[in-house]
Design a protein. Structure first.
Length: 297
C-alpha cells in the first residue's frame, strides 16, 4: 500500500501533509508532519499540484484558502472538529455587534466562513504573539475559551471569550494532572494551551504539538508528562527514543483525527476525490485573516 501511494504521489504531483495527531501509519507516509501553523505555511509554499491533507476538515479548508489554484483532498470528509462547530458566522456577527470596533482573533480551528469575519487568525504556536501585536487593548477571541484565557494570562490585553472548547483537551482536570505528576515526580509536564487554564498553570511548559516535540528533543530531562491528544506520543517517542513519555490522561483521544486510513489516502490520490474547496467570496476574506497571521508569526 505504501509503495502504491508513493507511485500515485509522483504520478499526480501530490504532497501529503499530516497533523501530528494522525495515526502512526499516516505520519510515516507523510511528506510533512506538523502543527497547524507549520502545515498552513507548507500548504501556502508547496509547488505540488495536489495537497492530500491528513487531518480534519478545517485544515483542508485552510490549505484551500492559501492555495486556491491547487486541488486539496481530505481523505475522510467526515473528519471534523467539534470545537470548530461551536461557532457559526451568524452567532459571530451577533457578538461583533455587541463589541463594536474590537478586533476578532480566531483560532485556525474554525470554519472558513468564521475566519472570513475575523481580523486575524492564530494557532496554539503564535496566539500570544498575534494578540500582543494588535493595537487594541481589548480583543474578542473565538472559539476556544481555554486558549483565550491562556492568552489573556500571557498578555496585558482584555480578552473577551467565546464559550467554545476542544472537548478532548477540556476533559483533563488539574486533579488528573496532579495525580500523574505524583506518580512520576521527576517528569517535566507539558500542556497544550487548549487545556483548561488551571491545567496550563500547573504544567511546567505550555506549547503547541510541534513545540512539545522540539522541547522534549532539546531538554536534558528524561521523562515527560504530555497533556494533549494521545496521538502525539508516537512522534514524541520517535523523535526521542531514549526518553519516556506518559500521557497526562489516556482518555484524551480525538476520534476525528483517527479516521484516516492508508486505503483512504490511496483512494483519494487515485481518483482525485474528496476535494475541499472554499468558495472564492469567502476565501478572499478568510485569506486576509490567515495571511495576516502568517506574516505576523
Ligand atoms: P497544534 O498542532 O497546532 O498545536 O493544534 C492542536 C489541535 O488540536 C489541532 O486540532
Ligand atoms: Fe478539534 Fe480538539 Fe480534535 Fe483538535 S483535538 S481536531 S481541536 S476536537
Amino acid at each position: 500500500m505504501t509503495d502504491k501511494i508513493a507511485a500515485l504521489k509522483k504520478e499526480k504531483n501530490a504532497i501529503i501533509l499530516a497533523h501530528n495527531y494522525q495515526p502512526p501509519e499516516i505520519l510515516e507516509i507523510a511528506d510533512l508532519c506538523g502543527d497547524s501553523l507549520e502545515l498552513s505555511i507548507k500548504a501556502s509554499e508547496t509547488d505540488a499540484q495536489v495537497i492530500v491533507f491528513c487531518g480534519v476538515h478545517f485544515m483542508a479548508e485552510t490549505a484551500s484558502i492559501l492555495s486556491p489554484e491547487k486541488k486539496v483532498l481530505l481523505p475522510r470528509l467526515d473528519a471534523g472538529c467539534p470545537m470548530a462547530d461551536m461557532i457559526t458566522p451568524e452567532s459571530l456577527k451577533a457578538k461583533k455587534a455587541e463589541l463594536p470596533g474590537i478586533p476578532v482573533v480566531t483560532y485556525v480551528n474554525s470554519t472558513a466562513a468564521v475566519k472570513a469575519l475575523s481580523t486575524v487568525c492564530c494557532t496554539s504556536a503564535n496566539v500570544v504573539k498575534i494578540i500582543s501585536a494588535l493595537e487594541s487593548d481589548e480583543v474578542l477571541m473565538t472559539p476556544d475559551r481555554n486558549l483565550a484565557m491562556y492568552a489573556e494570562s500571557k498578555t496585558d490585553k482584555k480578552v473577551h471569550l467565546w464559550d467554545g472548547c476542544c472537548p478532548i483537551h477540556d476533559i483533563l482536570t488539574v486533579e488528573d494532572l496532579e495525580k500523574t505528576k505524583k506518580a512520576h515526580p521527576d517528569a517535566i509536564s507539558i500542556a497544550h494551551p487548549e487545556c483548561r487554564l488551571d491545567v496550563s498553570e500547573a504544567a511546567d511548559v505550555v506549547t503547541s504539538t510541534s513545540g512539545m516535540i522540539r522541547y522534549a528533543a532539546e531538554s536534558d530531562a528524561k521523562e515527560f508528562i504530555i497533556a494533549t491528544e494521545v496521538g502525539l506520543l508516537y512522534p514524541l517517542r520517535k523523535a526521542c527514543p531514549d526518553k519516556i513519555f506518559y500521557p497526562a490522561f489516556d482518555g484524551m483521544v480525538c476520534d476525528d483525527m483517527k479516521k484516516t486510513t492508508l486505503k483512504d489516502v490511496e483512494q483519494v490520490l487515485e481518483n482525485l476525490s474528496n476535494e475541499v474547496r472554499v468558495p472564492e467570496e469567502i476565501a478572499v476574506l478568510a485569506r486576509q485573516s490567515v495571511s495576516k497571521m502568517i506574516e505576523t508569526s
